[in-house]
Design a protein around this ligand. Structure first.
Ligand code: HEM
Length: 399
């Protein structure tokens, strides 16, 4: 074959045409032609459902410093590095036990009325204005207010906190660490100060809330250190809020683009719970999970060497026809096995906040579509430009 006719191998390429608006056709191509591949960007990508599931459950690391060629393996982890999402056993096991005490079903049971009240208020605002940007009025403020309330955060500069979390989520993005490094570092330092200050004030003014519970968190005499505590609080903001924004805005957009399903949901409130699972599958708020191989790791016919970064394509797995069947690409709110999506990950790092996210998504989306029978998109979506936490930055609607 001459060089002019040689095929360019298929690989993950977020610069491919139309990727931001709809990355799923590209994911499908990668899944079909290169389901396990080594990328010149310095990582492997795995995107079939069975492989992703198995990878998430396997004994791999989440500690970036364990990758071969990591920038500075000896450097102590920054704020986010101390959070349980970036820790391997035994620290992960210890921290997860402590943090999950605050996310028990009992703790979550009191949340629903709070969410309803916040959703009602946001919908009133949309009603008065005849529409607006759904991200700014509902998808952003709801999870932010909910997480602030659950934590019982003392009064903080919420505008600044929002700016800081949106900078810190870039840490989890493939390719982070170059241009944005200095900004991220500064945001990290400022976040530590902001959260440390909130913790000191909370110690003096305790409440029936997650922050007090974390301060008190004790398991057989095992407490969180101050740095660990700060890291878990920052993580809950970053992991809990930016993701739920995407669930709400992405879920609503998917319904607007599939009017038969929007009509079905409007007419069938009993479908709300399954609808959230299908929306999580169809338009996952988090597209990638990262692991590091500690020893050679086999996926199908490929042996991934020790010290490799492996990205599990959650979004790819969620639409794998081999698992979901020929209509994997269709939004079908009554799909029986929708709950088997991998949008909350799997294995030891399975999302702690899944129940909380589901409550918010279910109420926000259900209430919105039923309160406004004429809901429609009123302009172009602006995308946030992120690969893993891909979502809308602006979604104009008319009600
Ligand atoms: C729709 C919303 C959400 C999505 C799609 C989501 C997704 C995920 C995913 C994929 C992981 C696993 C990451 C990995 O394996 O590397 C994860 C972990 C985690 N999530 Fe969520 N999340 C959501 C909401 C929340 C909320 C509301 C909270 C808390 C308030 C939260 C807290 C966490 C924590 C603490 C972890 C780390 C668990 C561990 O490492 O053991 N998440 N989430």
């Amino acid at each position: 074959m001459s060089s002019s006719t040689r095929q360019i191998p298929v690989m993950f390429n977020p610069l491919s045409d139309g990727f931001m608006g709809d990355p799923h056709p590209h994911y499908a191509e990668v899944r079909r032609h290169a389901p396990v591949h080594e990328h010149p960007g310095g990582f492997w990508m795995v995107s079939r459902y069975e492989d992703v599931e198995a990878l998430l459950r396997a004994d791999l690391s989440v500690d970036k410093r364990k990758a071969l060629g990591a920038a500075d393996p000896a450097r102590p982890p920054r704020l986010k590095g101390l959070a349980l999402i970036d820790q391997d056993p035994p620290d992960h096991t210890r921290l997860r036990k402590l943090v999950s005490q605050a996310f028990t079903p009992r703790a979550m049971s009191g949340i629903e009325p709070i969410v309803r009240e916040l959703v009602d208020r946001a919908l009133d605002e949309l009603d008065r204005a005849g529409g607006g940007d759904l991200v700014e009025t509902l998808a952003f403020p709801l999870p932010f207010a909910v997480i602030t309330r659950i934590l019982g955060m003392p009064e903080v500069d919420t505008v600044r906190l929002r700016e800081l979390t949106s900078l810190l989520i870039r840490l989890g993005e493939p390719g982070a660490g170059s241009a944005a490094e200095a900004d991220i570092e500064a945001a990290d330092t400022e976040m530590v100060e902001l959260v440390s200050d909130a913790i000191s004030r909370k110690r003096r003014d305790r409440g029936d809330d997650l922050l007090t519970a974390l301060i008190d968190a004790e398991d057989d005499g095992d407490r969180l250190s101050h740095d660990e505590l700060v890291a878990q609080v920052a993580m809950v903001y970053v992991a809990g809020y930016e993701t739920t924004v995407n669930l709400i805005s992405g879920g609503i957009l998917a319904l607007l683009r599939n009017s038969d399903q929007l009509g079905l949901l409007r007419a069938t409130p009993d479908l709300d719970r399954n609808a959230i699972e299908e929306l999580l599958r169809y338009e996952p708020p988090v597209h990638l999970a990262r692991r590091i191989t500690l020893r050679p790791h086999r996926v199908g016919k490929h042996e991934i060497p020790a010290g490799s970064v492996v990205l599990a394509s959650l979004a790819g797995a969620n639409r794998d026809e081999e698992f979901w069947g020929p209509d994997a690409d269709r939004l079908r709110l009554n799909r029986e096995n929708a709950r088997r999506h991998v949008s909350f990950g799997g294995g030891a790092h399975y999302c702690i906040g899944g129940a909380l996210a589901r409550i918010q998504g279910r109420i926000a989306i259900g209430e919105l579509v039923r309160r406004f029978p004429d809901l429609e998109q009123a302009g172009e979506v602006r995308w946030n430009g992120l690969l893993s936490l891909r979502g809308a930055a602006q979604l104009p609607v008319r009600v």
